[in-house]
Design a protein around this ligand. Structure first.
Ligand SMILES: [Zn+2]
Ligand SMILES: [Zn+2]
Ligand SMILES: [Zn+2]
Length: 121
């Protein structure tokens, strides 16, 4: 009588975790971010290399318009979202709420929110 192997059960336990920014369940990359957030953060670093200095005297405001172009991921916004008004040598920038969180991390250089590790393996 053949023994039934249970190894196929183990194969399903991929190391998935909840992204700390968008709460999506995914195989996380560095900084406990999902592939999507990792990409957005890389784009932000690339587009705004001096983000910290740029944000020194700027206050965040709420944009009530829809269909703005997100400065991080180039997607269109649908809901109210944060934006920064234009200033000397700076265009207006609009962000999705999720992209804005990544933006704040880019500005401060450290992760936002409490450290928590949710391991669903
Ligand atoms: Zn994410
Ligand atoms: Zn806007
Ligand atoms: Zn975005």
């Amino acid at each position: 009588m053949p023994t039934v192997s249970l190894s196929f059960l183990n194969r399903r336990t991929i190391n998935k975790q909840v992204c700390r920014v968008c709460q999506e369940l995914a195989e996380l990359k560095t900084e406990r971010l999902c592939p999507g957030c990792t990409r957005i953060k890389a784009l932000l670093r690339q587009r705004f290399p001096d983000a910290g200095r740029m944000m020194a005297n700027v206050r965040e405001e709420q944009c009530k318009r829809s269909n703005c172009l997100c400065s991080a991921c180039d997607g269109r916004t649908l809901d109210p979202h944060p934006f920064y008004p234009s200033g000397p040598g700076r265009r207006e920038i609009h962000f999705h709420p999720r992209c804005h969180e990544l933006w704040l991390e880019t500005v401060t250089g450290r992760p936002s929110g409490p450290e928590q590790i949710i391991d669903i393996s």
